[in-house]
Design a protein around this ligand. Structure first.
Ligand SMILES: Nc1ncnc2c1ncn2[C@@H]1O[C@H](COP(=O)(O)OP(=O)(O)OP(=O)(O)O)[C@@H](O)[C@H]1O
Length: 103
């Protein structure tokens, strides 16, 4: 973890999102969506790290297949991140808006 800046960033983001969910007293459905989003990012980031390290081990020199493998794994993290951003906006957006501008 200490050598993986992306993972530290995801840990920080997860702590902030979970704290916001607690502060907003989200219903159980909201928690399930948020937890699925956090897990999606963590699982894909861990698998991406595994692919990166395995590819570096197997193919230290430049290789087209190594590039395809790394780019596909990074693409999975991107998809999970977009999913998480959408969940964050849809689940946290309305209650935050209510707190800030509601009556
Ligand atoms: N052995 C390789 N052969 C061909 N392309 C590679 C190889 N290793 C990395 N690349 C490509 O170079 C770009 C940058 O990869 P790089 O290894 O610097 O970062 P990363 O491994 O994706 O992430 P990190 O910086 O976390 O190690 C990516 O597009 C990747 O696909």
């Amino acid at each position: 973890m200490k050598n993986e800046p992306h993972m530290r960033m995801h840990l920080g983001a997860a702590i902030i999102v979970l704290a916001a969910a607690a502060w907003l007293k989200l219903p159980i459905e909201g928690w399930l969506w948020i937890l699925s989003a956090v897990a999606a990012v963590w699982v894909t980031e861990l698998l991406n790290t595994a692919v990166e390290r395995a590819v570096d081990l197997a193919s230290p020199d430049s290789n087209h297949l190594a590039k395809v493998a790394k780019d596909a794994a990074a693409g999975a993290v991107l998809v999970a991140s977009l999913y998480s951003a959408a969940i964050g906006v849809l689940v946290l957006g309305p209650p935050i808006w209510d707190r800030l501008f509601g009556g």
